[in-house]
Design a protein around this ligand. Structure first.
Ligand SMILES: *Cc1c(COP(=O)(O)O)cnc(C)c1O
Length: 399
């Protein structure tokens, strides 16, 4: 241990992160009840009491996804882990997966499908627009894919994919299984896995569920699970192999990896909050509060990037006014108001602000804070906006 003695021990201060209001693309603000659940003592991940907790989390997840799928679990890891569990198990080497080009997360789908040994084909739409059912239909007819993936709520563009049943019906007519990215829709905007014919849906806890990242919702239909369990080749990831995870989450309750106990507690409490509020009330709350946010933006003279028919309440993409440096505005909001919102990325880099309105963050006080703070900072940098008119419009919408 040459060169290391006691005096080298790092002196690091106690953790005192700034108190931010999280109105970006995630994570969102966490309800204090969820934080309290996380500070309760651990039990073993095979403890009979934990087995009961696992059952409760599964039941609550089914309620939130609007599904009766037996195969409904939290995957250890962030949303991308649930995403990779979905794609890496359903896509087999030699399979073809159809993915969208209209945002950042379609690109991630493609990357994961290729790593799973699949071939990737695309259905195109510009960033900031949804997929058109006719284009999906044409791509299905042309490429005959085994799997079709789409993003229900595109966090990079603030676009909600409308008319999901039109897409799933088309895919099923071509015998393709449908994987939906519901990371920014679950618990925030209307989502009905069974009724809409979605075969596999994955999500993340830190967006509309307002839970810290770490255990991420995933659900698979019996048909999708049948494909997974009859694979010829093992999935490339041992950690995310659903046939092995079945041993833990299924009847057996056998050790596979140590469940992130604290994150499962957190998710349980976050989902209990969903059940208490009622899933449909929760969707309505997001629409009402994000509606007020949108009214505030438009009231001050800004415009939304997505048109009304596919506006995504949980992620509001607002056009950056002419001549304004978006990065400077985001930094000022953080500095002066402890408020987090995000810039655009990819094709919309520098063109939009991304303002989340998710879960616990979707509250009247947060909406008024965002409208007030953004109006103030934009006026300061000389943008052509009327901050007071924005606040007035948001207040009226909240009445
Ligand atoms: C955030 C997000 C993901 C990835 O989730 P992580 O928790 O960051 O791994 C995937 N898809 C969409 C649409 C997202 O918004």
């Amino acid at each position: 241990m040459a060169g290391i003695d006691d005096s080298d021990a790092p002196e690091i201060d106690e953790l005192t992160p700034p108190e931010r209001t999280l109105m970006g693309p995630g994570p969102s603000d966490v309800n204090p009840r969820v934080l309290r659940a996380m500070s309760t003592p651990l039990v073993g991940h095979l403890d009979p009491s934990f087995v009961e907790i696992m059952d409760e989390v599964q039941e609550l997840l089914r309620y939130t996804f609007r599904t009766e799928n037996r195969w409904t679990i939290p995957v250890s890891g962030t949303g991308s882990a649930a995403m990779e569990a979905a794609i890496g198990n359903v896509v087999e080497p030699g399979d073809t997966m159809l993915v969208p080009t209209n945002g950042y997360f379609g690109g991630r789908m493609a990357s994961m499908a290729r790593r799973a040994g699949g071939a990737v084909v695309e259905v195109s739409a510009p960033w900031g627009e949804p997929l058109e059912p006719v284009d999906v239909e044409a791509a299905l007819a042309e490429h005959d894919p085994d799997v079709f993936g789409f993003v229900h709520a595109e966090t990079s563009t603030g676009v909600l994919q409308p008319d999901v049943p039109a897409l799933t019906e088309a895919a099923h007519d071509h015998d393709a299984l449908v994987i939906a990215d519901t990371v920014t829709s679950l618990g925030g905007v209307e989502l009905r896995v069974d009724e809409w014919g979605i075969d596999v849906a994955y999500s993340g806890p830190q967006k509309c569920l307002s839970c810290p990242p770490g255990a991420s919702p995933l659900t698979l239909s019996a048909e999708a699970m049948e494909k997974v369990l009859s694979r010829e080749e093992e999935p490339r990831s041992w950690y995310l192999d659903l046939s092995l995870l079945e041993g833990y989450w299924g009847e057996e309750r056998a050790y596979h990896h140590t469940a992130p106990v604290t994150n499962v507690y957190a998710l349980r409490e976050a989902l209990r909050l969903v059940a208490e509020e009622g899933i449909e009330n929760r969707w309505a709350r997001h629409e009402r509060l994000a509606g007020a946010l949108k009214a505030g933006m438009e009231g001050m003279g800004l415009s939304m990037n997505a048109s009304e028919e596919y506006w995504l309440p949980s992620l509001n993409a607002v056009r950056v006014p002419e001549g304004v440096d978006d990065g400077e505005v985001c930094a000022a909001l953080l500095e002066r108001y402890d408020l987090e919102v995000a810039s655009g990325l990819g094709d919309l880099d520098g063109e939009i602000f991304r303002i989340g309105c998710m879960g616990h963050s979707a509250s009247p006080e947060n909406v008024l804070l965002v409208v007030t703070a953004l109006g103030d900072v934009l006026e300061d940098v000389g943008a052509d906006v009327d901050a007071n008119a924005g606040v007035e419009a948001a207040r009226n919408a909240l009445r």
